[in-house]
Design a protein around this ligand. Sequence first.
Ligand code: FAD
Length: 424
Amino acid sequence: MSELPLNYAKDPVVSFNEEEKLFRDVVREFCQRYIAPKWIEIDERAEKDPIDIPLDLIKKMGEQGLFAIPCDPKYGGQGGTYTMAVIAVDEIAYADPAVAIAVYALLNNGWPFALQQFAREEVCEEIIPEVAKGNAFFGIATTEPQGGSDIAGIKTTARKEDGKYIINGEKSYISGVGEVTKLPWGGGWFLVARTGGPGHRGLSAFAFLARRNGVLRSGFNPTIYPDIGRHGLTTGGFICENVEIEEKYLLGQENRGFYHVMEGFNLARIVVAAACIGATRWLLEQAALWFKQRKLFEGRYISSFQGVNFKFAELYAKYEAAKYFVYRAARLADKIYIEKDPTLNPKDLNIPVALAKMWAPETAVDIAEEVMKWHGAFAYTKECPVYRAWLGLFSYVIGAEGAQNIMRYIIARDTLGSKYVRPS
Ligand SMILES: Cc1cc2nc3c(=O)[nH]c(=O)nc-3n(C[C@H](O)[C@H](O)[C@H](O)COP(=O)(O)OP(=O)(O)OC[C@H]3O[C@@H](n4cnc5c(N)ncnc54)[C@H](O)[C@@H]3O)c2cc1C
């Protein structure tokens, strides 16, 4: 591996055991071989045609074992840890800082693992092996046109009838709509719909397979949106008109879907933040490479100006803090879900995860903007790829997997106590 342009802090905030180091090295080699040389081409092609999905790469990643990493091997998962999923996503985003491939990978680690917590055995056995092989996509579908932050206000309904649920409604800004329609097997989402009365206690969660075994469900009508960035992974919407799903696809308990999906978000947000730190590492290295060549004012490196190197130091500190938040949350997830530590419960992830999801995307975008400024006018041309990372990462500041203010709300609510934070 070539020499890195940055001297990272020698005492890393994150120390890996031997198995994790080996895993990271193997994943890094794969990513540098198959993703790093292709990420710009993937982004460019899908910018022209959003449905131009890198199916061959997804298949290769499946063969490499990069999906369903923490899932149980008895369901076709890789039998790894959540920390390993984070390591993989960190490496994938370093190789694809536009983060489309990283987001594909993070969704197909986080949400199958959430599925495993609530689905019946036969449903896990049906979905997880296909996701693991790269034949199917499994993500999350909560957002609706009236607003994504207000999950308790979800309008899509699931009416129980003769051992089936009939789904009606619309979901918007959903990642993976194109993938579900194009991958060999299909897939779907951890979908939340209303089975009871108003508010969060009337919601249930489902393993909603819009397409399986290559067959699209009747009444499922997808559309693809023209995203501004992270091309290579589609975002879209869908309308369900009397889509029938079998009762077995109910996740957990009826009318407890709000709590189940919040638990899923805690898992998924860790890998979201992992994608952000991977891309940030690439950004910082781009800055370092640029600093080593750009000279002005009688041959001074631009990084010799304090206006530049002080800013760099501050941003590097933010990156190290982000890395700490991400890996701390991953280790805690391992204690709760893999080691099943009886002194902990899933809600203990709320604060660590919200810190990671609040901090890592904002840090990544701040750094992307600064790296663009350090590159001067060159950054405003398509020759300089930094803008691709900036546009991809911005999806997480906008709100994918939960708006930033919602992370702030969770941190304030759980540290101060909800009585002092909720509007009266
Ligand atoms: C690229 C991309 C991919 C996505 N993929 C998925 C997906 O796969 N599945 C899915 O379900 N959704 C997905 N989303 C949607 C995402 O979850 C929503 O964008 C997010 O939940 C915010 O919802 P919204 O966009 O409707 O904004 P709104 O909820 O309307 O919020 C608008 C603004 O108001 C602020 N705000 C809202 N409520 C509060 C509050 N109580 N206090 C303070 N501020 C508040 C928010 O911070 C935000 O800035 C994706 C979004 C993007 C951009």
